[in-house]
Design a protein around this ligand. Structure first.
Ligand SMILES: [Zn+2]
Length: 129
């Protein structure tokens, strides 16, 4: 009887009888994490991958002065602010602050929020010979 403990059919084929007496209004195998887990990978929609927002990291990119060997030089810096929505909020705040002090230091007002996707971790096979 391939029904989840919430009473939702997850196939294959057409539902067998008898149908469960109890059936939760949880959204079934497409919406409910319990039903989805019990149904396994077969009926899980591929579109429901990890939330993309948590896998983007943000930074504030800006031009600043640096002093090496007594020579003032302008360099592009990246201040990493975090991942997901908190990282984006912090990057926006930092850009606003930076755009205030850049003209005071005779710098171009060029602070912007930049982002990039965070790649998955990969297992390194350290094979001994
Ligand atoms: Zn359920």
């Amino acid at each position: 009887m391939p029904y989840t403990s919430h009473g939702h059919w997850y196939g294959p084929g057409t539902p067998t009888l008898p149908t469960p007496q109890y059936r939760a209004r949880c959204g079934g195998t497409r919406m409910c994490p319990v039903c989805s887990r019990e149904a396994g990978p077969i009926s899980r929609p591929k579109a429901e991958a990890p939330a993309p927002a948590a896998r983007i990291e943000y930074a504030c990119r800006f031009t600043a002065w640096t002093n090496t060997d007594g020579i003032e030089k302008q360099v592009v810096k990246y201040d990493f602010t975090g991942t997901g929505d908190p990282g984006l909020s912090e990057a926006r705040r930092m850009v606003a602050d930076t755009r205030v002090w850049q003209p005071r230091q005779n710098l171009p007002v060029d602070a912007v929020v930049v982002s990039r996707p965070v790649p998955e971790w990969t297992i390194v096979n350290d094979e001994e010979n």
